[in-house]
Design a protein. Structure first.
Lengths: 929, 395
């Protein structure tokens, strides 16, 4: 296969050359509007060219070949033909001269040469495309407005002799970041004329079927300079593109590529967050935070500020699968939920599937948040360091072997202890709280076909309060991934990962009761994922096996004087397995279908002692009738079944589309929590003999329309969800060190429905988004035993049911150095249970509560603002400083987090608690180097 | 078949929970402070008026007056007095066919026959039928076993220095009272304690009723399980804390602690009640719920009934404390007083004023009387009794 390197004119040349650009553009427009063909034979410049400078050689070539060579003087300064031993061939000389520079050249149909800087496109034709040129472009080329916005000489793809063959052809290729050579996922490849597009996958691969002829393809992605490439398509071929990431961090916010993507995506309810978009957000304590960005997505809410976890479309917080390096993260927060556990410096992007979860994911019924991590810079050493009121962080990255082996290391820690020192209360003054997290990633391109990477992550949280009880928790995660490219349209990605979460509580204040309590969740997964692109099909299939091992609780005496009896709840073990297949089929220009199925199964294994209860009564220790002993490896519980995932995408016109989907998911692991928010002592529990998997069915539909010349994207989505076997508890149960937890569990059924309306403008100097969500989440207890009935067995709102949710964001890019952003949130208060009566018992006064979740706390509303200032714009400076000034809760509104009641002199009083009682200003300083 | 011992072992309650709850709350409070969080009082808008039957009843193995109190629940946040439920038929039966009819001795208070006292190992059931004015509903408890209880090993106190004497400030002391208990047979695994306290009160002025004995009862639920321990041994169980802001420790103080054996279900009921009632409004508060008790309404299973029918063996122990505690605030220092001279009595003077000092006329000085409008300042029987309790040792 011969490679023809065709140089293209950059769409956006470097900052200071705009005046030259316009000249070049005009020339190019002229050039390809005159449809003359020109044979590009091996043209030889006559005479002695040795020791000529570039300019001298150019003059000589122009004179002898009757062509024009376009370039800027400053680009070619110092280029000279020294020690050149080749022929006088124009191409050879240019290759020699431009080797090692950022310059590229392109020979157009006239034989004229155009130099470009910082930009090139490689074309691999199906056959040798070198002697093309003879075939004139197809009729598609004669469209008037192409020249207006595009300045490229068309790239010729495929064998010209196939030009008049019938049918569409398949255009494929890889998209990479020019600086880091990393594949770029999520790039929209859009053909404006056909209003048709594709999105690159995780390997940076895209494919689309297009008619032969002239096309303009636009490659766009947030944080990358948008690029248009004109092509003359003769036959099947490949177009590989390198995108420039935006050098100046501020500008990241300017470039946006969401607009046509939504129309093309198959799934309903998929949102992608890129680094740049969430970097700009106002912060609560000076920390950019991925989970806080997720909360701005319509359909996502949390029970309150500082609550760990989030709720997606009426799902509980443990129904979200959070993937980091492809491995599940079991605790996604630091400091009880005030910070998210993943350092934003290592995030490339994050995709939230709130509906339409692809079959390659499973195991959680509400959503998947796949956090894509960055790879180390492939060209040079780089880094970033920063400081905010409570944390400091450092990231370094670079190549070990250039372009082949790279590393990225990131560390973050807090120095928040000074906050505790401010207190006069001795209990708080003697307290300590620490956390840190470390990330490391090595990526190695073994060869063109094989790529491996190894990622590790560890996070640690530690609290010691009042020098008494110590509380700590850790996430440890390691993932190994091997990507193999069988050919250009068939890939394999195989990974092995381990994720371990544990917490430990210990106290030694009372020597007789000194204890240590431990809980461990450990999972090891193997996954093989195949991607096959074939014509109109994009096929994804694979298998996944997860082994779980959970230590529900281990409770030990700490010293000899402790009277605590050592106790350990029997370890739980299980396997979860799944095979899946999925096919995205482009049936016609107007209809695409995705059909997938995931067969999942779950086996919980012995050794395990299981109590048998009298089925005539609610399970409790007094209704135990027998004990069953399962031996090692014996199956105690077996669950599974097919999960269908189907979506249809109708393109109604160039500007709008309509999508429908259905999906089913099963969840075999559960977080036991009987508090409103995820609490740090909540424990993970596997499905077993008694505990059935949660099953979620969701049907959704969405309508998408581009408004105002494709600058504003409007969408409306609706969904209905049915959830079976939700885990709830008999009232007031303690979950710590509780054996045979099935006796305290009540399985509820749930249903959720909602409408999500959004309007987004994500480019230009002024960007904004508005979204409004109406959603309900209702649950119902079974009507079996009186102990298990909640609210007489009627439907009642779940803890996170917040019907109205309004979010507005606004960004104003004043200049490349200064930008302003603001966001506003308003939502209905979450449901609460109020005390309705008091009664005496044992000389005390007790409270009787209303029906569960019958009342609501007041509405929530918050306005935040942030200004980002970049100190220096020069991209080659040693360090780029950035300042972020933000004010969280600018209006100082005292949003009610919760209400509670205490007894004062035998009378109960109600109180409201607000977490942020005033505006919280913060300043963050960071610099890239 | 699973043995009872195994069940006991499985159902081990850990004391860790409360610690963790406290810990997480403290962390939260720390964050809250930083975030400028705040707490404001409010009155919830309740749309319902729940008036449910409340059963407050306990039978023990003691030869003493045993009563069951019935009342109606009070609307939330109202400082109204109890609403006793009168005119009910109340009986207690045991598993040997014994039937004991209770008589309403006070409004809403039903007393067992004086001959009755429970026996360890028996199961008792409570039956209630409300009267015509209360919808004629029948309630019943589950059969409840009376478990044995050991004696209290010891009760002791510790002086707590609240504030050291420092320059102009006086030292302030408080007092913590603890108990130790031990069941050598390892049978009693769940305990509840309550106490009654009595102390000597002496007024500042030479009035007739100058010295009284004042009594009070515990108002909190104190429970503990030893199921997590090898031995049923409890050391250093806090009973109560006496602050310097009361006059309990000013002279002589006595506390009698009662120890009750509990069934596992009553223990777990009380634990849950405590968990739910211990809310401080943090992030990790339990979602409120109605806690199942051991009572049901036979006529209408949806009709809730509050309270618990408690069956316990009981043991008691008393100590006296006569220590040197500093900084005790004597409320009588703040008695409002006024002085009148001469013999003239304004009409109705002694309806609203009480004399604390009456100094007769001497050598031309007029008769002087010091009066107060707080009867408690002039008469100790407002708070206590002049009759020395039978258990009182010494003065």
């Amino acid at each position: 296969m011969t490679q023809l390197v065709i140089k293209n004119n950059s769409l956006k040349p470097p900052v200071k050359v705009s005046h030259t650009r316009s000249k070049i553009l005009i020339i190019i427009v002229f050039v390809f509007l005159s449809f003359q063909s020109f044979a590009q034979g091996d043209r030889v410049v006559s005479g002695d060219i040795s020791n000529m400078t570039f300019k001298e050689f150019a003059s000589a070539a122009e004179a002898s070949l009757k062509i024009k060579i376009y370039f800027r003087d400053e680009w070619v300064e110092g280029l000279k033909i020294v020690d050149y031993k080749g022929s006088n061939s124009l191409n050879q000389v240019l290759d020699f001269l431009l080797k090692g520079t950022a310059l590229f050249y392109n020979v157009n149909k006239h034989g004229d040469v155009v130099l470009t800087k910082d930009y090139n496109v490689r074309i691999q034709g199906a056959k040798a495309a070198k002697e093309t040129g003879l075939a004139p472009p197809s009729d598609y080329a004669v469209t008037g407005d192409n020249g207006k916005s595009e300045g490229n000489a068309p790239v010729e793809i495929g064998n010209p002799s196939e030009k008049f063959m019938p049918g569409d052809v398949l255009l494929t290729g890889y998209i990479k970041d020019r600086d880091t050579k990393e594949p770029v996922a999520g790039v929209t490849v859009f053909n404006q004329k056909l209003m048709k597009g594709a999105v690159s996958n995780d390997h940076g691969y895209y494919s689309m079927s297009v008619p032969r002829g002239f096309h303009v393809l636009r490659f766009s992605f947030i944080g990358m300079k948008e690029k248009s490439v004109s092509i003359n398509l003769y036959g099947q071929g490949e177009l590989n593109v390198e995108l420039n990431s935006v050098l100046i961090p501020l500008k990241e916010t300017v470039v946006s590529a969401q607009r046509s993507k939504t129309l093309q995506r198959f799934e309903v309810g998929v949102e992608k967050i890129t680094m740049s978009s969430f970097r700009l957000m106002p912060t609560s304590m000076g920390e950019t935070d991925i989970i806080k960005s997720v909360l701005l997505i319509p359909g996502v809410s949390s029970v309150g500020e500082g609550a760990s976890g989030f709720n997606v479309r009426g799902g509980a917080a443990d129904q979200n699968l959070i993937l980091l390096y492809g491995a599940p993260l079991y605790n996604s927060s630091h400091f009880f939920g005030f910070f998210s556990a993943v350092n934003s410096d290592i995030i490339r992007d994050a995709t939230l599937y709130k509906g339409g979860i692809p079959p390659r994911y499973g195991g959680r019924i509400s959503s998947v948040l796949d956090i894509g991590s960055r790879e180390g810079n492939r060209n040079e050493f780089a880094g970033n360091a920063g400081i905010s009121p409570v944390t400091t962080h450092l990231t370094i990255e670079g190549p070990i072997i250039k372009d082949t082996l790279t590393y990225l290391l990131a560390a973050r820690t807090t120095y928040s202890n000074w906050i505790f020192k401010l207190f006069s209360n001795p209990a708080l003054k003697n307290s300590k709280a620490n956390f840190y997290d470390l990330n490391g990633k090595i990526v190695w391109d073994l060869n063109k076909k094989n790529k491996i990477d190894l990622s590790v992550y560890t996070s640690h949280d530690n609290f010691r309060l009042n020098s008494d009880t110590t509380y700590s928790y850790n996430n440890n995660l390691a993932a190994f991934k091997w990507r193999h490219y069988f050919n250009n349209s068939f890939f394999l990605s195989t990974s092995v990962n381990n994720s371990r979460y544990d917490y430990e509580v210990s106290s030694s204040k009372n020597k007789l009761e000194a204890f240590n309590l431990q809980h461990v969740m450990n999972s090891t997964a193997f996954k093989s994922d195949f991607n096959l692109f074939h014509g109109r099909h994009e096929i994804n299939f694979g298998l996944e096996i997860i082994r779980y091992s959970v230590l529900p609780g281990k409770y030990l005496p700490v010293s000899d004087s402790s009277l605590i009896a050592p106790r350990s709840i029997e370890r739980e073990r299980a396997f979860e397995g799944a095979i899946y297949a999925d096919d995205k089929i482009v049936i016609s220009d107007l209809l695409s279908v995705e059909f997938g199925v995931r067969l999942s199964s779950f086996l919980s294994l012995g050794p395990q002692q299981v109590l048998a209860y009298n089925p005539a009564y609610s399970k409790s220790l007094s209704t135990v009738i027998d004990t069953m002993n399962f031996t090692r490896g014996e199956v105690t519980g077996k669950y599974g079944g097919p999960e269908f995932r189907i979506s249809l995408n109708f393109k109604l016109s160039d500007r709008n589309s309509f999508k429908v989907n259905y999906s089913r998911t099963r969840q075999y692991i559960h977080l036991l929590s009987n508090t409103a928010s995820i609490s740090p002592t909540d424990t993970w529990k596997l499905s077993d003999y008694y505990l059935k998997p949660q099953i979620g069915d969701q049907i959704g539909a969405g309508f998408y329309e581009m408004l105002m010349q494709n600058r504003v994207e409007a969408s409306a989505e609706i969904y209905y969800k049915r959830i079976r076997n939700l885990v709830d508890f008999k009232g007031g149960t303690d979950l710590v060190m509780e054996d045979n937890i099935e006796k305290d569990i009540v399985n509820l059924n749930g249903r959720a429905y909602g409408v999500e309306l959004a309007l987004k403008k994500t480019e230009g100097k002024i960007q904004y988004s508005f979204s409004y969500t109406y959603s309900r989440t209702l649950v119902k207890s079974p009507v079996t035993f009186s102990e298990e009935i909640i609210n007489s067995g009627k439907w009642f709102p779940a803890n996170f049911d917040k019907p109205h949710d309004l979010i507005a964001t606004f960004n104003y890019i004043y200049s490349r150095r200064v930008s302003l952003s603001a966001d506003y949130t308003w939502s209905t208060g979450r449901p609460v249970t109020y005390p309705v009566a008091t009664y005496p018992l044992y000389d005390g006064l007790l409270v009787h509560y209303s029906d569960r979740n019958r009342y609501r706390i007041p509405d929530y509303s918050r306005f935040d603002i942030a200004v980002k200032v970049s100190g220096n714009l020069k991209s080659r400076r040693i360090a780029h400083p950035n300042w972020t000034f933000s004010i969280y809760n600018l209006l100082g509104r005292q949003n009610v987090y919760s209400v509670y009641f205490t007894k004062e002199q035998n009378v109960f009083k109600g109180y409201r608690l607000s977490i942020f009682g005033r505006a919280i200003p913060s300043v963050t300083f960071s610099f890239d180097f | 078949m699973i043995s009872e011992k195994e069940i006991e072992m499985m159902k081990v309650k850990s004391p860790v929970f409360l610690k963790i709850q406290w810990l997480t709350k403290l962390a939260l409070i720390a964050m809250l402070f930083v975030a400028g969080s705040c707490v404001t009082e409010f009155i919830p808008q309740i749309e319902e008026n729940a008036e449910l039957v409340v059963v407050e009843g306990q039978i023990t193995d003691r030869q003493e007056i045993q009563t069951i109190k019935l009342s109606k629940s009070l609307p939330f946040g109202e400082r109204s007095t109890a609403k006793p439920l009168s005119g009910c038929n109340v009986t207690v039966t045991d598993d040997l066919g014994g039937k004991f009819i209770l008589s309403e001795t006070e409004i809403g208070t039903y007393t067992l026959p004086p001959s009755f006292h429970g026996s360890v190992g028996r199961f008792y059931t409570l039956h209630i039928k409300t009267g015509q004015s209360n919808r004629n509903l029948s309630y019943e408890s589950y059969p409840v076993e009376m478990k044995p209880v050991p004696e209290i090993d010891s009760i002791y106190y510790e002086k707590v220095v609240v504030q050291e004497k420092f320059e102009d400030f006086f030292g302030i002391d408080g007092c913590k009272i603890f108990l130790n208990t031990y069941d050598p047979g390892n049978i009693c695994r769940y305990y509840r304690w309550d106490f009654s306290e009595t102390w000597v009160l002496r007024l500042l002025w030479p009035v007739d009723n100058i010295k009284c004995w004042v009594s009070d009862r515990s108002h909190d639920i104190i429970v503990k399980s030893t199921a997590a321990f090898d031995d049923s041994r409890i050391v250093g169980q806090p009973v109560t804390y006496i602050s310097n802001e009361t006059d309990r420790l000013s002279r002589k103080y006595s506390i009698e602690v009662n120890q009750y054996s509990l069934n596992e279900d009553e223990f777990s009921y009380l634990e849950k009640i405590k968990n739910l009632n211990a809310g401080v409004g943090g992030l990790y508060d339990k979602i409120p719920a109605s806690i199942p008790n051991n009572l049901i309404c036979i006529d209408n299973p949806n009709e809730k009934v509050l309270g618990f029918f408690s069956v316990s063996a009981k043991s008691s122990r008393r100590i006296f404390i006569e220590g040197d505690f500093r900084g005790i605030i004597d409320r009588y220092n703040k008695c409002p007083v006024d002085t009148i001279y001469g013999d003239y009595d304004p009409p109705d003077l002694y309806l609203t004023m009480w004399p604390i000092l009456d100094h007769p006329q001497t050598f031309g000085a007029p008769r002087t009387r010091i009066l107060t409008d707080d009867k408690g300042c002039a008469d100790c029987t407002v708070r206590g009794t002049k009759v020395k309790p039978g258990f009182w040792i010494g003065e």
